[in-house]
Design a protein around this ligand. Structure first.
Ligand SMILES: Nc1ncnc2c1ncn2[C@@H]1O[C@H](COP(=O)(O)OP(=O)(O)OP(=O)(O)O)[C@@H](O)[C@H]1O
Ligand SMILES: O=P(O)(O)O[C@@H]1[C@H](O)[C@H](O)[C@@H](OP(=O)(O)O)[C@H](OP(=O)(O)O)[C@H]1O
Length: 577
């Protein structure tokens, strides 16, 4: 059933029980969470295949060599039930040589996935014959999409590939080819333009183009899923700029766009959609484009704040981290005079699962209940001084599982009971059912696979190892796996106060929400169907970014003031509380 030689996994009908998949990761610094993305993708593919079987799994990580310095060999045990299909996610043999992504535009070299999706898709096709899988070789509509053209609704849409990447269907010319050209240019191999190299940090990684063998003329851009490392990703799409039509737009198009949001010029941004995690109910609230269009000058602050409220409190940590990311993007815009962006968006993502020091949220019964309901019980000991311990135990769950968690592959429930321990971290012990994690002297949640196939937290030892070793290998997971990794902009951000100097927003002195959780957010530019060469700064986008920053900072400022009444009487005092 499982070929160790070529890494091909073939699972047949009605498998029930545990399957051990021994694998040696070539890049063992990649967190298990990344590897599991593929497994979740598999389950999604199974569901999509509509074969009538319940597909469910969970995974149990068994570290044989968890101690520092030893080669890592891990077994994943899958509890599988249902009807599954072929799968090759490079998980078993990441030493498979990379191959060109099929259909890559104009032969331009782009960052490639380790292994090849060509191999994967051909495999799938071979095994399934001419029928193939519905939904394009196991790809499914992107279920956590918050805006834009939707698959099955519009003529073009966005899919999720079983390997976890996002597939954006190329729109009709000139939009689609323009966007493809943009990604090809920014990620061109041998690109030495510092401006474009810097831009790579602010956009999803690009893996070339993809198309299904069933339908080769439908071409998709294969992109990093910006949300993939999050357990409960809160996602917001904000369109930037003072004009949401490009200079070549017809009069009709201009009028259509202006009608949609006449305030665009004044505001410089528009919320297109969002989904926000509520810790009380352990559900997401989705907000569509009409909400953003209803916001005016007086309500825009509350409108944006909605994204950072988890039903219990304002996520000041996420807000602050987002502000810093937006500032970095603003600095990029200040530094460049070669591109102009119309109708382009910023995609905000932060972790919805409470990530506060456990001692903090354990005081809040509703939060701990929500977390427990979600399938976790975090047992924390020694919560003050560094070597904190956690054992994450998942209880058996037979009933309804939570959908729309991470990449939204809703898994059917199966009987299971497993405890996951991940403890491979420098200086951490690992023994008998205990994973140790340390982050900034605070216990960090430990990655765990659940009956829903979700990761249950985002930080693992592997993340840290990546940071320490400075792995730069192109991979769809690089950014995700090493949120604190050596990306140049992040290093700069840590090492200098230059950004603070460049932006004189209203927040100076109101940094009460500041926490070191910056790695827990993503803010990426997306949607490049209307990007053009230029020889001057992009004033419309810069205007929008500055206004957006002003509003975000004002939210933080208000929150800091309300939680520090002293500040209310010290307006203008710039000393942080
Ligand atoms: N790389 C990505 N990672 C995660 N989600 C993404 C990614 N790219 C797009 N999305 C999701 O898809 C949505 C739409 O993306 P995008 O704006 O690129 O599509 P579009 O169809 O061109 O939109 P529009 O209709 O506004 O032009 C985003 O709001 C986001 O939810
Ligand atoms: O938010 P809505 O109501 O879905 O409106 C769409 C949105 O403004 C998109 O940005 C736009 O695509 P572009 O930005 O690429 O122009 C699209 O144009 P379209 O209808 O011509 O695809 C609009 O329909």
């Amino acid at each position: 059933m499982i070929s160790r030689r070529n890494g091909l996994l073939i699972l047949v009908n009605s498998v029930q029980g545990k399957i051990a998949i021994p694998f040696r990761t070539a890049d063992h610094r990649r967190p298990l969470s990344q590897e599991l993305t593929g497994i979740r993708g598999l389950a999604a593919a199974v569901r999509a295949s509509n074969t009538g079987g319940a597909a469910a799994f969970t995974a149990h990580l068994d570290h044989h060599h968890a101690q520092e310095g030893l080669p890592v060999s891990q077994n994943i045990f899958l509890n599988v039930s249902g009807i599954l299909c072929s799968w090759n996610n490079n998980i078993m043999d990441t030493s498979v040589p990379s191959e060109l992504v099929p259909g890559s535009d104009s032969g331009a070299s782009v960052p490639r996935l380790p292994g090849s999706n060509l191999r994967e898709d051909n495999t799938c096709q071979r095994l399934l014959g001419s029928k193939g899988l519905p939904h394009l070789n196991g790809c499914v509509p992107l279920s956590h999409q918050v805006a834009g053209h939707k698959h099955g609704v519009d003529k073009v849409g966005i899919l999720q590939h079983p390997d976890g990447t996002v597939l954006k269907q190329i729109q009709p010319p000139p939009r689609g080819p323009r966007e493809m050209q943009f990604y090809g240019m920014v990620f061109a191999e041998g690109c030495s333009d510092p401006c474009l190299l810097d831009l790579q940090n602010h956009i999803p990684k690009y893996y070339g183009t993809w198309s299904s063998l069933d339908s080769p003329s439908d071409v998709y851009l294969k992109l990093e899923d910006v949300t993939s490392r999050f357990v409960r990703p809160c996602i917001m799409d904000v369109k930037l700029g003072q004009r949401s039509y490009d200079p070549f737009a017809s009069q009709e198009k201009r009028e259509q766009q202006i009608r949609k949001y006449p305030l665009m010029e004044e505001m410089g941004f528009l919320i297109l959609g969002m989904r926000v995690y509520n810790v009380h109910s352990d559900t997401f609230e989705s907000i569509d484009q009409h909400y953003g269009r209803s916001l005016v000058k007086d309500t825009i602050k509350d409108g944006l704040a909605t994204f950072f409220h988890n039903g219990v409190y304002l996520r000041k940590d996420a807000l602050w981290a987002c502000i810093r990311r937006v500032r970095q993007i603003l600095y990029w815009f200040y530094s460049q005079r070669q591109l102009v962006f119309y109708a382009s968006s910023l995609l905000f993502v932060y972790e919805g699962l409470p990530f506060s020091p456990p001692s903090l949220f354990l005081r809040n019964p509703s939060v701990i209940e929500a977390v427990t309901n979600a399938g976790e019980l975090w047992l924390v000991a020694d919560s003050g001084q560094g070597h904190e311990e956690k054992t994450v135990r998942e209880g058996a769950r037979q009933e309804q599982e939570v959908a729309e968690n991470n990449n939204n592959n809703r898994e059917e429930a199966v009987s299971w009971d497993c405890t996951v321990h991940i403890g491979r971290r420098k200086g951490a012990h690992h023994h008998n059912g205990r994973g140790h994690a340390l982050k900034h002297g605070v216990a960090a949640p430990i990655v765990v696979a659940t009956a829903t196939g979700d990761r249950k937290s985002v930080l693992s030892e592997e993340d840290n190892t990546t940071q320490q070793t400075g792995d730069q290998k192109p991979s769809p997971n690089r950014n995700k796996a090493s949120p604190k990794g050596p990306d140049s902009h992040r290093e700069r951000e840590k090492s200098s106060g230059e950004e603070e100097e460049g932006w004189k927003g209203p927040m100076r002195g109101c940094e009460g929400g500041r926490q070191e959780n910056m790695e827990e957010v993503e803010v990426k530019m997306i949607d490049f169907a209307h990007v053009f060469p230029s020889d001057s700064q992009d004033h419309g986008y810069i205007y929008g970014l500055k206004h957006l920053l002003t509003v975000l900072e004002q939210i933080l400022c208000d929150a800091a003031q309300s939680s520090h009444p002293r500040l209310l009487t010290q307006q203008g005092n710039r000393t942080p509380p």
